[in-house]
Design a protein around this ligand. Structure first.
Ligand SMILES: [Zn+2]
Length: 338
């Protein structure tokens, strides 16, 4: 069986200090025949303490988390680390290189590919390397997402409820320490082949984020989430937060369960009439879809099917049947999710 140790180039996971290398994924196609896909890895180790696994670039077009990890891995003195940070800022490297959500090599959505397959396509091999080689080492894992080119999220942490009362409480504590303005809770094992589900399966404390999106990098979100990340790492006891790191602002919990999506009623140009964080009621007009090729046809109204807060907005206006236009989340009662 291939292990992560045999795939890791340039890194001894037990060594102290800063190391930079890659997980080399073998692949054979017109470009990679006999070559590898070198997924970048940096470890920062300062001796005894917890291990924290930090992932970004699970989806290649989600940039805030990638930026956060590039900063952290270059700016952190390993002697200030109590334990070990394992940082992979471009996890699905083919997708990051192509600036796309999924891998252009195999169409793989890494966050639907766990636990992976060591003999599978590149995306499945990456998932397998993470879940068999790195996740078991971790006391805490973070997978940093944003909305990507197709959508913008309220800047938020994102957690699966469960899998047991103690871990669930620790996830909530970590999300509150991250201190984004919003925190989403979704049902347990929402996507069974996601990294969140893999971490729950492995019994590793894990939280995710949705740090804006739209295919860009928002400086205010990067600033706030950098402070949040440092608070979470400090809470784990692995890295003291720099002097001047603000305390965690309060977060508002939202339930983003199934049934939150508003799908387009027509093909055409979507014109939203609502903005992120806006509260709407069932029956409210949310926007229009304007048919592009049928000037004689009326624009199609988009109507809220339920009460909620606009949590996610589609980015490119051109839509087709089956596309999400936005998501309506439920406010969670005072005191946070149970
Ligand atoms: Zn994502």
């Amino acid at each position: 069986m291939t292990t992560v140790t045999t795939l890791l180039r340039g890194i001894d996971l037990d060594a102290e200090g800063r190391q930079a290398g890659s997980i080399d994924i073998e692949h054979s196609d017109n470009r990679h025949d006999d070559g590898v896909i070198p997924v970048p890895v940096v470890t920062l180790s300062g001796g005894s303490g917890p291990t924290v696994l930090l992932l970004a670039g699970t989806h290649g077009d989600e940039y805030e988390g990638q930026v956060l990890l590039h900063r952290l891995m270059r700016e952190t003195d390993p002697s200030t680390v109590s334990g070990r940070l394992i940082i992979l800022p471009a996890l699905n490297l083919p997708a990051v290189r192509a600036a796309t959500r999924v891998s252009p090599l195999d169409g793989g959505n890494l966050n639907r590919s766990y636990p992976g397959d060591e003999r599978g396509d590149p995306t499945a091999q990456i998932a397998h390397a993470v879940v068999t080689g790195l996740l078991p080492l971790a006391d805490l894992a973070l997978d940093l997402h944003s909305g990507g080119a197709n959508s913008i999220y309220l800047p938020s942490t994102f957690v699966y409820a469960g899998p047991d009362p103690e871990t669930w409480q620790r996830k909530k504590d970590a999300a509150e320490a991250f201190g984004m303005p919003w925190s989403f809770v979704v049902p347990p094992r929402l996507e069974p082949a996601s990294f969140s589900a893999a971490a729950d399966e492995a019994g590793v404390l894990m939280i995710s984020t949705e740090l804006g999106g739209g295919g860009g990098v928002d400086p205010a979100i990067v600033r706030d989430s950098a402070a949040g990340l440092r608070r979470v790492l400090a809470g784990a006891g692995v890295l003291r937060a720099p002097d001047g790191t603000p305390t965690a602002p309060p977060t508002t919990w939202l339930d983003l369960g199934r049934g939150a999506a508003v799908r387009t009623p027509a093909r055409g140009l979507f014109e939203p009439l609502v903005t992120l964080s806006q509260r709407v009621a069932a029956g409210d007009l949310l926007g229009y879809v304007h048919p592009v090729e049928e000037p004689e046809r009326s624009s199609e109204p988009v109507v809220a099917h339920r009460d909620g807060i606009v949590a996610v907005l589609r980015r490119p206006p051109l839509v087709d049947f089956g596309d999400n236009l936005l998501h309506l989340a439920d406010p969670v009662p005072e005191g946070g999710p149970a």
